[in-house]
Structures are given as structure tokens and as C-alpha cells.
Design a protein around this ligand. Structure first.
Ligand code: GLC
Length: 623
């Protein structure tokens, strides 16, 4: 049930002599609010010349309870219409991974997001909505967007400046589509590589994700609210990378001392950089769901760290607090009272609004908490210029998948490659006969990994780009002979070198959990063995979201390159293979002897296959 209330026109409005209308559902907003910007300035909250705090105070004073409840609600696009966004005063709409308009082009994204925005602006107070997406390695939901290396590869680059530039490029491609809120960066500290989200981490020690919070500067821009500036999200607060057994959404059974030393620092740095939002983790800390953890969200994040932005739940995260299906009023009250300001409630968003209203009515959720949540949300909307520029900035459509962005991505790929072994077969010669094999050699989907066009990603030509094989052909040039067979069939001793490009199929989140170990895929083993049987030297290029079990086979390989999940610009791998770029990457995570060694991390006293920070360059010197 959705109630309207008629509100008196605030006296000062009349005193200002502004024409005012009595509107249902909210305190009056003078007709001028609907007028062009020139006259809108008469209404304080629409006046960009005023301090944000004053504008927020003014707007809050005009909002009804329904306006405020709507601001705290974030449905998924499939379950809400633009008309409902206006009717229920919805504060934000989001796309789940891969939830895209059809056709999936940047322009149709802009058309879709603008339609939702027009819905939001049709409400009396004309509060613009924010559109949230997981642009975690480029604007990856959009076909044709530049797909950058996933975070684990960027951690290997040790290049925060590069990561900042990637954030800026991502913000441009997002701005074209109207999406103005990025659920990135993930600042998790991956402590167990069996975790399906290891590749979303910049590394296993806090200083790596902390350094790569430079992505926030790129996304939000030097001046939040400037052109191509989007709201960033530090996620997932806190300790998701430290769960028992690397189980996604599991329980981090660690002391507060370890939580603060290992998992909290990247969030401290993100707050220092002015991140505008924080997303709460599905995981638990010592048995307490993070979504209900008032001490850590309100006490530590908002209190101790001084976070002034707003906190958003994860997707259906509130529903999962009690471990039972479905969202209860008790869960809603627990989450909001813990300090969650906006709830990502994809489908049951009307139930959420009703449940929160009931909580306010019966006092389980103080009105002050609702006002604080709205203040935080509205402050970010004003900080990012949404009231002045609510629509997609179609000037940036030309940047989507642009040559400049792809060149940046190619450089990031090259910087992320980690050379782990080389008996001299690398760099490859340009006058050589080279045999390329492997299921990941000629496959954009395999080299991009999860969160690419769809949530889980998929093998195949899912989006425009350059496969690693195409890159090898491009970089090698005419004098080289490049043969390819996915399985390695046809290789013989006439070849100078073989390159086996193998690894993992795409996955995301818990679908990638590997509690039973990190063994190489059987098909990949067969391919490498077929190449080795020919007697031709073999360089293995591992396209994976994490270290895999290679110790028992490494002796028979002539070279090994950890390529991680490079994205659409596979030529960056070839740049390293041919020596146009010297290998510079260093391990962002410890490489285990075998999966049974997990968790294995710097300083834990275990003997890994390769230590954290390891990486060779040409000429054999360790970096
Ligand atoms: C997912 C992920 C989170 C993502 C959110 C929205 O389940 O945990 O990283 O931002 O839902 O897609």
C-alpha cells in the first residue's frame, strides 16, 4: 500500500513570494522547480551555488516519509518500470551482472537509463535517481566496451597510476551510457586462492588493494561531479577475502586484530580518497553477518574511519541475514539500524518499502536513522552534480571501445604479465616458426573471465577484441610462421617453439569456489603434453583468475607466464612474449606448491612454489 499525504506549503516559501502548488505526496515544491534552471535557483535545494549541506537540509525539509523511503530503495531494472520509479520515489536502479537492454549497445543503455531518469524526475521533488552497474574491469556489461585486465592482474602490475587511468577510461565509457555509479573497486584482500573472487582482488596483502584505491580517483575524477565522473564503491566491507576455506559468502573466523591489520586498511584508504559509497559484504565475521554488524558499519566505518558517504547492501544481502529465504521486517530493521543507508533489493522492493515504513511507524527504526541515510544519499547525488546533469552524457559514446582506451588496456595487459620460468625460449624471435595451441588461445571470453557481458562470463566471441593468438600474429609480423591448433595437433620438429595458452573457464563469485584444489584442467594437460611430446620447447601462458597447481609439471615446461585474465586486448600478452615489453609483473598472491597448501600467504612460514612478489624479466634476473 502506498500512501500519499498532503503537506502544507512551508511558510518561508510563501514568504519568498514564490508561486507554490499543493502537491500530493510531498511538501509543496513551487512551480519554479519544474521550470528551467534559470528560475529553479529560487528553490534552495536546486541551487548549485549553495553549499551542499544547505541544499540537503532544504530538500530534506520538503520530503515526506514516502520520499525518504524511496530514496533508500534500489530495485533491479528487470523488476521496476520508469513510471514506478517516479511513483515510488525510487533513489536508484541497478543492473545485475549482464542485465542489459536489447540490443546491448552503449546507445541503448543510454536510452534505457535516461528513461528511468525521466521517471525519477517526474516526481514532485524531481530528485534524480542514480544508476548502478558492476563496471569492474571496464564497463563490462556493455558489448563493445573496452575490457581491462581483472584486478589480480592489475595488482601484478604494481602501477597505481595505470589503475587510476583505467578508472578514468571506465568512467568515460559509463558516462556515455548514463550509468553514474560503479560498484567498484573491490578492495578485498584475498587470503585463500580457492575463493571464487580471488581475481577481483588486487592482492593478498593490504598494501596492494590500498595502493590500487587510485581507481577511485580515476572513477570519481579530480572534481567529483565533473564530466565523466561516476560514484565509486569500496567493496565488500569487510573481510570477505578472509573467510574459512576461501568459501564465498562464508565466515571470516579471525581476531579483530587480524581484521584490522589485514582487511580494514584498504577501506581506510578509500575513505581518505573520498569514496562516495561502500558496499557491505555478504560474508560474516565470527558468525555475525556483516549486513547486521552495527559495530563495524556504524562504529568503525562511519565512526572511527569517518566515512561520510552512504552504505549500500549487497544484492539481496538483507534477505540473507537470518539465513532463511525471504526478507523479514526484522532483517530490514537490523540492516538499516546497523548503518545500511540504501538496500539493493532487486525484486521485492515494494515489500522493503512497506517493511521499512512499518519499522519507522512502530519505532524499531528511528526516523533519525532514515534522515541520516537520506542525508548521505542526497549529499552524494548533489556532490556528483546529478541535479544539474541527470541524463547520459552522449558526448562520450565515441569513447566506448575507443582506440585510445584499447591502447591503455593493452599496456595494462603487458604490465600485468608475470614471468615465472624461462630457460631462454622467451622472448620469441620474429623470424621463428611458432606453434600456438590451447583452448584459451583464440577466445575473447576465456581471456576476459567473469563479469564480461554476462555475470559469469562465457567462452567464445562475446565482445569485440583481440585474442592472444591474434595478438601473436599481429606482433610477430610477416617473417614469422604462426600455426595454430586448439589441441596441439600437427606440431612437429620443424617448429622453433610452441606456446600453450591454457587456464580456467570464466566464472564469478561462489561459482568459482574450488574447495577441492586448483588442479589444471585435463584438456589443458593433454594439450601441453602433446606439444611436449614433439620435443619442441614449450612456453605455457596461464589464463586464470588465480594460481593453479603446476608444480608437478613445471619441470617439463620451458617457460611459464601468469597472464591472469587480460580482457579484450590480447596483443598485450604478445608484446611480452616477443619482448616488445619486458616482463615486469610481480606476483600479487603467493603461488602454492599445490591447492592443499591454501591458505598460503606472505610471511606465514610455508614454503610456496613462488613467493609473493616473485617475477622474472628477460635476461633471467628476478625483479
Ligand atoms: C553481487 C556481488 C557484488 C555486486 C552486486 C551487484 O552479488 O556480490 O559485488 O556489486 O551483486 O551486482
Amino acid at each position: 500500500m502506498y500512501c500519499f499525504s498532503v503537506k502544507a506549503v512551508p511558510v518561508r516559501l510563501l514568504a519568498a513570494g514564490l508561486p507554490a502548488l499543493l502537491v500530493l505526496g510531498s511538501p509543496a515544491v513551487p512551480a519554479t522547480a519544474a521550470a528551467g534552471p534559470a528560475r529553479a535557483a529560487a528553490v534552495p535545494y536546486l541551487d548549485p551555488a549553495l553549499p551542499v549541506a544547505a541544499r540537503v537540509d532544504d530538500l530534506l525539509s520538503r520530503m515526506s516519509l514516502d520520499d525518504k523511503l524511496g530514496q533508500m530503495t534500489q530495485p533491479e531494472r528487470r523488476y521496476v518500470t520508469p513510471e514506478e520509479v517516479g511513483r515510488y520515489r525510487i533513489g536508484s536502479v541497478m543492473s545485475a551482472g549482464g542485465s542489459a537492454p536489447s540490443p546491448n549497445t552503449a546507445k541503448s543503455w543510454a536510452d534505457m537509463v535516461d528513461a528511468y531518469q525521466r521517471g525519477a524526475l517526474s516526481a514532485p521533488l524531481r530528485i534524480p535517481m542514480m544508476y548502478g552497474v558492476d563496471a569492474v574491469h571496464g564497463d563490462n556489461n556493455v558489448v563493445g566496451a573496452t575490457i581491462f585486465p581483472h584486478a589480480i592482474g592489475l595488482g601484478a602490475s604494481r602501477d597505481p597510476g595505470l589503475v587510476r587511468r583505467i578508472g578514468a577510461a571506465t568512467a568515460e565509457e559509463m558516462a556515455a551510457t548514463g550509468a553514474d555509479w560503479d560498484f567498484a573497486p573491490c578492495l578485498c584482500v584475498a587470503r585463500d586462492d580457492r575463493w571464487g573472487r580471488t581475481y577481483e582482488s588486487f592482492g593478498e596483502v593490504p598494501e596492494l588493494p590500498s595502493a590500487m584505491t587510485s581507481l577511485i580517483d580515476g572513477l570519481q575524477g579530480p572534481e567529483p561531479g565533473g564530466p565523466a565522473s561516476v560514484l565509486a564503491t569500496a567493496k565488500h566491507f569487510v573481510g570477505d577475502g578472509g573467510t574459512e576455506g576461501g568459501r564465498d559468502r562464508g565466515d571470516a573466523r579471525i581476531s579483530e586484530e587480524e581484521l584490522r591489520a589485514v582487511h580494514l586498511p584498504p577501506f581506510r584508504e578509500a575513505v581518505r580518497r573520498g569514496v562516495g559509497s561502500v558496499m557491505v559484504s555478504y560474508s560474516s565475521w565470527n558468525g555475525v553477518k556483516m549486513h547486521a554488524n552495527r559495530y563495524l558499519i556504524s562504529g568503525v566505518l562511519k565512526g572511527e574511519l569517518g566515512f561520510g558517504g552512504f552504505v549500500v547492501s549487497d544484492y539481496q544481502g538483507v534477505d540473507r541475514i537470518d539465513g532463511e529465504k525471504g526478507m523479514t521486517r526484522d532483517e530490514i530493521a537490523k540492516a538499516v539500524n546497523a548503518g545500511i543507508d540504501m538496500v539493493m533489493v532487486p525484486e521485492k522492493w515494494k515489500d522493503f518499502i512497506a517493511g521499512l515504513r512499518a519499522g519507522v511507524r512502530d519505532g524499531t527504526v528511528p526516523m533519525a536513522r532514515v534522515d541520516d541515510a537520506n542525508r548521505r544519499i542526497l549529499t552524494q547525488k548533489m556532490r556528483f552534480g546529478l541535479f544539474e546533469r541527470p541524463m547520459a552524457d552522449r558526448r562520450y559514446l565515441r569513447t566506448v571501445g575507443s582506440a585510445a582506451h584499447r591502447a591503455l588496456a593493452r599496456r595494462a595487459v603487458a604490465e600485468s604479465q608475470v614471468l615465472l620460468k624461462n630457460d631462454g625460449v622467451l622472448p620469441l624471435r620474429r623470424d621463428a616458426r611458432i606453434f600456438v595451441a590451447g583452448r584459451s588461445a583464440d577466445d575473447i571470453g576465456m581471456q576476459s573471465g567473469g563479469w564480461t557481458v554476462t555475470w559469469q562470463g562465457a567462452p567464445g566471441a562475446t565482445t569485440p577484441g583481440t585474442t592472444i593468438l591474434q595478438g601473436i600474429r599481429q606482433v610477430a609480423g610477416e617473417r614469422a610462421t604462426i600455426a595454430y591448433d586448439r589441441d596441439g595437433k600437427g606440431i612437429d620438429t620443424s617448429y622453433d617453439a610452441a606456446v600453450a595458452v591454457v587456464g580456467e573457464k570464466p566464472y564469478a563469485e561462489y561459482h568459482g569456489d574450488r574447495p577441492d584444489g586448483l588442479a589444471l584442467d585435463e584438456e589443458d594437460v593433454r594439450t601441453i603434453e602433446r606439444l611436449r611430446a614433439s620435443g619442441v620447447p614449450v612456453a605455457v601462458v596461464l589464463v586464470s583468475g588465480r594460481p593453479l597447481d603446476v608444480a608437478s609439471r613445471l619441470g617439463g615446461w620451458n617457460a611459464l607466464v601468469a597472464s591472469w585474465l587480460p580482457g579484450t586486448e590480447g596483443a598485450g600478452v604478445a608484446d611480452v612474449l616477443f619482448g616488445d615489453a619486458r616482463p615486469a609483473g610481480r606476483l600479487p598472491v603467493t603461488w602454492p606448491r599445490d591447492g592443499g597448501q591454501e591458505p598460503v600467504n606472505r610471511g606465514d612460514g610455508k614454503e610456496p612454489l613462488f613467493p609473493f612478489g616473485y617475477g622474472l624479466t628477460y635476461g633471467g634476473a628476478a625483479r
